[in-house]
Design a protein around this ligand. Structure first.
Ligand code: NDP
Length: 313
């Protein structure tokens, strides 16, 4: 079986940064990119808050740069998904693409990120790819001149609504509270777009349509005496209600917090299993920024180096 001192799982800012540090430390890391090489940032628009890019940078372009920086120092970057892993003893054995290959690793850095959340309505599944999407930059193009709704009131929802307002003729934001959670700068952008209408105190009950989404059933002031059911006509329904950490492949072998994020211990990125480290959104319920993910990737690689030294490698 192939062996490695350091297996990195995931290719967002955390995974690639870990790969840069681990390869510069001569650990010859192997990184599996997962199902979405480059991670969430490859489907965002511009990144304006990553230090070092005064004029902003395209998300896809930034991830390409991180990838080539890791490759330059010798990181072995591979396509493939780690579908399961045995963390019961070292070396840990990871299975790639449901058994296409296996690899034994002295240490593992889990940097698998998080995936978009859905509301859990049957209609979301029914209309997936037929008007329901969790990525405005991927699918917004299909809604030129049409009416769409974005669910959520955070930075992602504001970013997606603003992006869509340049394509669609009308954008509703469906916000369950009476205020937006998003940062001031994002809120101001939404306020400036004349074709965005915010529906506060509103939840989605269902979607309807014959060949794809034609509208949404909504409820305002749910559970109060003012409760009111109403429909809006829309062609697209975009989810922007946050993300859940990608930990299913771990099959309960690492301790998670109550929201499902991998727990880390001490000052670094150590997890509940010695020799396994976690970095980025999969282990971060609080900050979830590209720059913090990159920082955690760096820490994880330094932790790996120290761990290997302490264990006679
Ligand atoms: P957030 O968790 O910040 O916001 C999620 C939004 O969805 C909230 O408005 C929340 O409502 C709402 N929501 C959650 N669940 C439901 C539900 N079941 N039904 C209806 N509404 C729901 O997630 P984001 O993805 O927006 O942001 C994540 C992190 O990424 C944040 O730290 C954010 O700052 C950052 N980010 C930064 C960007 C930038 O600076 N350019 C761009 C995008 C994200 P409620 O408020 O009621 O809980």
């Amino acid at each position: 079986m192939e062996t490695t001192k350091c297996l990195i799982i995931g290719s967002g800012p955390a995974g690639y940064t870990a790969a840069i540090y681990a390869s510069r430390a001569n650990l010859a890391p192997i990184l599996y990119e997962g199902g979405q090489p480059g991670g969430q940032l490859t489907i965002t628009t511009e990144i304006e808050n990553f230090p070092g890019y005064p004029n902003g940078v395209d998300g896809y372009e930034m991830m390409e740069q991180l990838r080539s920086q890791a490759a330059r120092f010798g990181a072995d970057i591979r396509q493939g998904v780690i579908t399961s892993i045995d963390l019961s003893h070292r070396p840990f054995v990871a299975t790639i693409d449901d058994g296409a290959a296996t690899i034994a690793a002295e240490t593992v850095i889990v940097a698998t990120g998080a995936s978009a959340k859905y509301l859990g309505l049957d209609d979301e599944t029914k209309f997936r790819g037929q008007g329901v999407s969790a990525c405005a930059t991927c699918d917004g193009f299909f809604y030129r001149g049409k009416t769409v709704a974005v669910v959520g009131g955070g930075d992602t929802a504001c970013e997606e609504a603003t992006y869509l307002s340049n394509l669609a003729s009308k954008v509703y934001m469906i916000v369950r509270k009476d205020h937006l959670r998003a940062s001031k700068v994002m809120q101001e952008r939404v306020a400036k777009a004349e074709n965005i209408e915010i529906l506060f105190n509103t939840n989605t009950v269902g979607l309807f349509g014959n060949n794809g989404v034609e509208g949404a059933h909504l409820v305002r002031h749910k559970g109060t005496p003012q409760e009111e059911l109403f429909d809006i006509a829309i062609d697209g329904f975009f989810l922007a209600i946050g993300h859940s950490p990608n930990t299913a492949f771990l099959n309960g072998q690492l301790e998670l917090d109550e929201a499902g994020y991998i727990k880390t211990f001490g000052h670094g990125q150590a997890t509940s299993v010695e020799g396994v480290f976690a970095a980025g959104d999969v282990a971060d319920p609080h900050y979830r920024q590209a720059i913090t993910a990159a920082g955690m990737g760096c820490k994880a690689a330094l932790d790996v180096e120290k761990f290997l030294l302490a264990n006679g490698h």
